[in-house]
Design a protein around this ligand. Structure first.
Ligand SMILES: Cc1cc2nc3c(=O)[nH]c(=O)nc-3n(C[C@H](O)[C@H](O)[C@H](O)COP(=O)(O)OP(=O)(O)OC[C@H]3O[C@@H](n4cnc5c(N)ncnc54)[C@H](O)[C@@H]3O)c2cc1C
Length: 492
């Protein structure tokens, strides 16, 4: 059997591309190395709990959103989910900010917490919504960015209109530059708040975040954030079922060890020396793994340089999965809680800033009766976790820092924990094959860092890539868009 397309990795990027190609009638095979679908947005189960492997906040289900449109085009029913309003509670030592999805409520909250600068902050947010909508319009047209060949440039030129031109000032400034123009750069509380939200969505802080990317991420929260019942893995399962319903194959526990080309076809080597043949290949197993997946000969053909890629920085995650007594959080409607240490406003990682995600008590698939499943996650540098000497000690220390911070705001938290499973970048490499435990793609590093993105093209004819290391980048939304970009390009 010769497949039209073979997809490596059942993360959201691989699943979206395989589903869209299946819809268009292509013969597709999708390989997943692990036992679970969804990758960083997947799940695993232990002792009656369902834990989300990484991502917890669902986006794109509002009318016209990425998943709303994808589900409509595939003709599948959206899963049960709870709209989050507040999106999350943000806990600071002297206050709790309710980060409302509803704009009117959010503007009232701004009045309450930032009385001296409220009108400037609201003007800043007006700009966020205006520019964010323009970015959406552009990205939804699925441009191949950065353009690689004549065809890509031609498509880019077609995107130039009066709306896209309005984006230019925001492509040449950082969020910090925009804060200055609203005279907000010295408002420490607002800056701390924004840094927390940007870290969660774009993985960087105001001074390093290109304004258009930061704005797009900030407005996304207000379009609708959701707790999807069964976790985001529910979406992964629905997409896989759709692919199979089209007569295509999704193979779990099938790592692709090597991709080589002979003649006009690609050969994918999987377990027990099985070989699958396809006309085209989509790699969804992150650029960090690219050179390990390609044969030496194909590796020479890509313009993505092994050494540059190896040295390019990327965050890892420290994560705790646990069960907790349901009674502890009865007094709060918020399912998501962010904790920021304002005494170390630049320390936005390693416990200085982290997110607690609780399962919806109405979602009985996540935990045994009377319990809830939770995730605590913070950004961390990957390399320190690879020195074996003090690994266990470091893990214990970080675990205690996160748990004790939550315990400070929700007394009794530590005692009411049921099953505590900490994970480090080493864990992410082991279970999700993210090399060195690098997750979430590349964090922006300055106003023009978006120019240093990778597109869906590898430089090898017939080999594409998608996922969080590819434009438009991190988060299940960006990753799904990159999968759809590949599908569009293949079926053009
Ligand atoms: C802790 C954490 C929290 C996050 N929170 C959120 C959030 O709340 N909301 C949000 O939208 N995003 C969030 N993200 C980001 C989001 O989860 C990721 O950006 C996204 O899921 C990545 O998808 P991907 O398609 O790039 O592939 P991945 O999720 O990396 O999946 C790749 C898949 O490929 C498989 N694979 C690897 N190598 C091979 C091989 N050789 N053969 C076969 N299969 C292979 C892996 O097993 C994996 O299943 C979070 C990420 C992390 C780590």
């Amino acid at each position: 059997m010769i497949y039209d397309v073979a997809v490596v990795g059942a993360g959201f990027g691989g699943l979206a591309s395989a589903a869209e190609l299946s819809r268009k009638g292509l013969k597709v095979i999708l390989f997943e190395a692990s036992n679970e679908l969804g990758g960083s947005a997947g799940k695993f189960e232990r002792q009656g709990y369902r834990f989300q492997s990484g991502a917890t906040v669902g986006m794109g289900f509002e009318e016209g959103g990425v998943f709303d449109r994808l589900y409509a085009s595939l003709g599948i029913k959206r899963p049960d989910m709870k709209l989050l309003n507040p999106i999350m509670d943000i806990h600071l030592p002297d206050r709790t900010i309710h980060y409302y999805q509803n704009r009117a409520q959010w503007y009232k909250e701004i009045d309450c917490h930032f009385p001296q600068h409220a009108s400037q902050i609201k003007s800043f947010y007006d700009e966020v919504f205006k520019v964010g909508a323009l970015v959406d319009q552009l990205v939804e047209r699925l441009p191949v960015f950065p353009p690689h060949n004549f065809k890509d440039w031609l498509e880019m030129v077609k995107l130039v209109d009066k709306n896209s031109l309005k984006l230019i000032p925001y492509m040449t400034q950082t969020v910090e530059d925009r804060l200055k123009s609203f005279r907000l750069e010295s408002n420490r509380l607002f800056r701390t708040f924004l840094n927390g939200e940007l870290m969660d969505s774009v993985q960087t802080s105001v001074e390093n975040c290109p304004a258009f990317l930061g704005y797009a991420a900030l407005q996304t929260f207000h379009k609708g954030a959701y707790a999807v019942h069964g976790g985001l893995a529910t979406i992964a399962h629905q997409l896989a079922e759709y692919i199979e319903s089209c007569g295509n194959e999704v193979l779990l526990r099938h790592p692709v060890r090597n991709v080589e080309k002979s003649g006009q076809y690609f050969h994918l080597h999987s377990k027990r020396n099985t070989i699958f043949t396809a006309k085209k290949v989509i790699l969804n197993n992150s650029i960090h793994n690219l050179h390990d997946t390609l044969s030496e000969n194909l590796g020479k053909q890509t313009f993505i340089k092994k050494e540059k890629e190896k040295n390019r920085e990327s965050w890892g995650a420290f994560i705790i999965h646990a069960g907790v007594d349901d009674r502890l959080f009865r007094n709060t409607d918020a399912l998501y809680h962010q904790f920021i240490d304002p005494n170390h406003p630049d320390d936005l990682h390693d416990g200085g800033q982290f997110l607690l995600s609780l399962s919806d008590p109405e979602d009985k698939s996540m935990a045994p009766e009377g319990k809830r499943s939770l995730t605590l996650s913070t950004h961390t540098g990957v390399e320190p976790w690879w020195s074996a000497a003090d690994y266990e000690m470091k893990k214990e220390k970080m675990k205690n820092r996160l748990i004790q911070t939550v315990d400070h705001y929700f007394p009794g938290f530590e005692k009411s924990l049921d099953l505590v499973l900490p994970g480090t970048p080493v864990t992410f490499e082991k279970w999700l094959r993210r090399k060195r435990g690098k997750v979430g793609g590349y964090a922006p590093t300055g106003r023009f860092s978006w120019l240093d993105s990778y597109s869906i093209r590898t430089g090898i004819d017939g080999v594409y890539q998608c996922g969080d290391t590819v434009f438009p980048g991190a988060g299940t939304l960006g990753v799904t868009l990159s999968g759809l970009m590949v599908a569009k390009d293949i079926t053009r």
